[in-house]
Design a binder for this molecule. Structure first.
Ligand SMILES: [Zn+2]
Length: 241
């Protein structure tokens, strides 16, 4: 159910039947020359639209957290970086608010890699408050399956670009974009490293992306995401509520 458009009576009624909330977490960030700056918001939003159809009666779909943390791409125009400290505290306060409202299962649907370390802090704190969490980082969690459809994924790479095109073909372009390979693994960190590792603010073969591949990705990942959400509920049953 969409929290944004609920009134208080509808919210209270929903609270009586569900203790699961999904909070989309995004970022406004440079995504190559070719993808919308809001890519990391648009993709979770599309998954939420599909999840609403599949499981909307069981999950409160919370409004998204639009701005996140991006140390790596902060040097690029169009990136609005929130510090990891402020971001993790902010997300923690939002989640605490849901916990205070009786939501003991929180799904963090994260569209952006730079948020992961902050979300780890949040989910550890929430577990200590007896809140179960499932964090979905779609580009990592389902990477092997993603590669079957889009063999050269990455930041605004083949997979992410395809997912954006499947939402709206005006939100990305592929012609002449080419591809980039990250020259060093992430364990090397140095000043303005993002500019070196992501020369044009993207990695992977963006040029190979199509809306059709994007649709295939959504359909494939939706099955896996629903399975993961069911595992969260199974964990709850095992723990005895
Ligand atoms: Zn992204």
């Amino acid at each position: 159910m969409d929290m944004m458009t609920m009134n208080l009576s509808q919210f209270k009624e929903f609270q009586e039947t569900s203790n699961t909330v999904l909070v989309p977490i995004g970022m406004i960030e440079a995504h190559g020359p070719h993808c919308a700056l809001g890519t990391d918001v648009l993709i979770p939003r599309e998954f939420v639209r599909r999840l609403e159809e599949a499981l909307g009666d069981k999950i409160l779909m919370a409004p998204e957290v639009t701005y996140g943390h991006s140390w790596g791409l902060a040097a690029f125009a169009g990136t609005i970086d929130v510090s990891a400290e402020a971001f993790s505290n902010y997300v923690m306060d939002i989640c605490r608010g849901f916990s205070n409202n009786g939501f003991t299962n929180i799904i963090l649907f994260n569209g952006h890699g730079g948020n992961i370390s902050s979300l780890d802090i949040v989910t550890e704190k929430l577990a200590d408050l007896n809140v179960r969490t499932l964090t979905i980082n779609w580009y990592l969690d389902y990477r092997e399956d993603i590669k079957q459809i889009t063999p050269d994924p990455g930041h605004a790479g083949e997979d992410e670009t395809a997912l954006v095109l499947a939402i709206n073909e005006n939100y990305a372009y592929t012609k002449g974009v080419g591809s980039h390979t990250i020259p060093l693994p992430k364990r090397f960190r140095f000043k303005n490293g993002g500019k070196t590792l992501y020369p044009e603010a993207f990695s992977g073969n963006a040029e190979a992306a199509t809306a059709q591949k994007g649709e295939q990705l959504y359909e494939m990942m939706m099955k896996l995401i629903v399975q993961d959400i069911k595992k969260l509920w199974e964990l709850e049953r095992k723990q005895g509520g």
